[in-house]
Design a protein around this ligand. Structure first.
Ligand SMILES: [Zn+2]
Length: 315
């Protein structure tokens, strides 16, 4: 049988998306359900099975040679389990086994959502052609992943590159992860908004207190809004510089809702990198906005599945 396609699942706290994807990253069939995130684990799994059911019903399904899953984390790729923070019904949930059952025994590759987005940016987006890259998602949380020596580097459990929980402030605020002063505790959207409000920024008549509203105020010169973005940029820059110093990345790609602030974030970020990325071998580090849109998770999961299929073919 000619298996030139792969199946992909992108599992997050708000939606479960599935697709059949070709070797060029084109999505040929897609399916989606809202995540019943507050329900029990079996109910969440049924939504995954419905998404898979639409894929397996496609006449193209028989061309799928592997299935990739990008899931909200933490994931444990070595155990095949997931424990997404925003899906309390799944703790050490045996997602790989359940998906393999629902997908007629296809080989299944599991990676974290930050790693999936990295795979997508490396394959089709802003990190294309870069052998050493850090890709980040800055939104409700801060996630990321690494490409090293031209290969995706998920690490043993599929979580490597999780830059949001690098500490950049030793005695900083407690982070929900248990550490202090994490990048995410300073640079995530909710934390940008919280800090602006604490320092006296007030929303407009629409009452919008999101990071996007803070970005809009910063664009119009509001000093408190600007300072909150500068602080976030500083935390991101310190995390990126640490990563670059450790493993010599040459590009940092930044996506996610907060990155839509554009120059409000990127200008102070590039400036702060000058303060933290100081050694000769990290000074040329580039910062680029992400290019992959809302399909990044699916395309990245497909990339992981393609790599798995290729591995299997060479065994
Ligand atoms: Zn943390």
């Amino acid at each position: 049988m000619h298996t030139d396609l792969v199946a992909a699942l992108d599992i997050g706290g708000t939606k479960i998306a599935g697709a059949l994807v070709d070797g060029h990253g084109q999505i040929l069939v897609r399916s989606q359900r809202p995540t019943p995130a507050q329900r029990d684990g079996e109910t969440v799994m049924r939504a995954v099975e419905e998404v898979l059911g639409e894929l397996t019903a496609s006449p193209l399904w028989e061309r799928a040679g592997a299935l990739g899953i990008g899931s909200a984390g933490p994931v444990d790729a070595s155990a095949g389990t997931v424990s997404p923070v925003n899906v309390p019904g799944w703790r050490d949930y045996p997602l790989v086994r359940r998906v393999r059952q629902a997908a007629c025994g296809l080989p299944v590759e599991l990676i974290g959502d930050g790693v999936a987005i990295t795979a997508a940016e490396h394959w089709q987006g802003a990190a294309r052609g870069h052998d050493n890259a850090l890709c980040m998602v800055v939104s409700t949380g801060v996630g990321g992943g690494l490409v090293l020596n031209g290969q995706l580097h998920p690490g043993p459990t599929g979580n490597a590159g999780h830059i949001g929980h690098i500490s950049v402030d030793l005695d900083g605020d407690l982070c929900p992860c248990g550490s202090r002063g994490c990048v995410e505790r300073i640079a995530s959207g909710p934390n940008i908004a919280r800090r602006a409000l604490e320092n006296g920024w007030r929303p407009g008549p629409d009452g919008d207190v999101s990071a996007a509203a803070v970005a809009e105020a910063a664009r119009f010169g509001d000093p408190v809004a600007t300072a909150s973005f500068q602080r976030a940029a500083q935390a991101l820059a310190a995390g990126i510089a640490a990563t670059a110093t450790l493993v010599e990345i040459d590009i940092a790609v930044i996506g996610g809702g907060v990155a839509k602030a554009g120059d409000v974030l990127l200008t102070p970020l590039r400036k702060a990198l000058g303060d933290y990325a100081t050694l000769s071998f990290v000074q040329r580090l580039a910062v680029a906005p992400a290019q992959m849109g809302t399909d990044a998770g699916l395309v990245g999961a497909a990339a992981a599945a393609l790599a798995k299929r290729t591995d299997a073919a060479t065994v």
